[in-house]
Design a protein around this ligand. Structure first.
Ligand SMILES: [Zn+2]
Length: 324
């Protein structure tokens, strides 16, 4: 055989072997299904699912069940579009715009949920609850992060509602905690459950370039007090402080461009909150406004504003990522 052909044959041989020789593995968590395991590793879609089943045949039980703590081979990611059913039927297909956040992982925790609606406000005689609006902004933010190639974990998740464009988001109690744990009504247990979910996922995330936890809330203060979006970080976390500061500066710049006559007074500070003190990745905790204040209500009631908030937060994260 001529030399060039031999080399060609070898190249073809290695190209064929490469995906198998280099196969990454992961360990199944308690209660995790194939879809969730793939998702945790930045994979989704029918093709990934089928390949996974094929390459792990020997370790898959009846009804495609996984065995806890067993090691599984991961398929190569193939597609430029990801499917995230949590985003809802209309928004679940996420096109990849670029890879600005490739290798980045985000743990998104929207406040409250399940039995706990969080702060409860009233608008024109209708009840509005913190958990639903925080969740909607969180989904929108996650979708944008995914479109830049990020791996996104929605820690609080509601399989029944995706992104909603309605003004009034009906309160429900069907939110669960990753992967699909019932949310307890005891506050301390509830916070521990979601912090544990973040920490467990973070421990099992290999070789990330950048990892952040974002906690999204809407405050409940006296009616006459309007507040701008503001941020908390852990007092000893330089990365958390940097992200909080970049997010605040991005908000300020965006407001200045959109509403030049409006001032923006959003703050960055530290505070001892359970989710700040007990999560391992750098964390930013944010309050999007005061649910009882008429001006702040506009920020969360209009779906276009919820989308703008998500967009600006995503822009801030992109800017922070560029810093390293
Ligand atoms: Zn809250």
């Amino acid at each position: 055989m001529p030399r060039s052909l031999t080399i060609l044959t070898l190249l073809v041989f290695f190209a064929f072997l490469a995906p198998f020789a280099n196969a990454k593995t992961t360990t199944a968590q308690k209660g995790e299904g194939i879809y969730q395991l793939l998702k945790r590793n930045g994979l989704s879609g029918k093709e990934s699912f089928e390949t996974f089943v094929e390459i792990n045949k020997a370790n898959i039980g009846p009804n495609n069940a996984l065995y806890q703590n067993r090691s599984y081979k991961l398929p190569e990611s193939s597609s430029d579009s990801i499917v995230e059913p949590l985003l809802g039927k209309i928004h679940q297909n996420v096109e990849r715009i670029d890879n600005a956040l490739k290798g980045c992982v985000f743990y998104l925790v929207s406040g409250h949920g399940g039995p706990d609606p969080g702060a409860v406000g009233k608008v024109s005689g209708r009840i509005v609850t913190e958990d639903e609006y925080a969740y909607d902004v969180t989904l929108r933010l996650g979708r944008r992060l995914m479109s830049h190639g990020a791996q996104v974990h929605f820690i609080i998740r509601d399989p029944n509602v995706g992104i909603r464009d309605d003004r009034y988001l009906k309160n429900n109690k069907t939110e669960v905690c990753y992967p699909s744990l019932k949310i307890p009504s005891n506050q301390r247990q509830r916070l521990k459950q979601r912090a544990d979910a973040v920490n467990r996922l973070h421990k099992q995330t290999p070789n990330y370039a950048y990892a952040r936890c974002l906690v999204v809330h809407i405050d409940g203060r006296s009616r006459n007090q309007d507040i701008d979006v503001f941020f908390y970080h852990h007092k000893t976390s330089a990365k958390g402080k940097r992200l909080a500061t970049v997010l605040r500066d991005t908000m300020r710049a965006k407001y200045k461009a959109a509403q030049p006559n409006r001032s923006y007074e959003g703050t960055v500070s530290t505070r001892n909150l359970y989710m700040i003190d007990n999560t391992t990745p750098p964390v930013v905790f944010m309050e999007l406004g005061n649910i009882h204040n008429a001006r702040d209500q506009k920020r969360i009631l209009q779906s276009g504003n919820r989308e703008a908030l998500a967009n600006w937060l995503c822009q801030g994260i992109l800017a922070d990522r560029k810093k390293g």
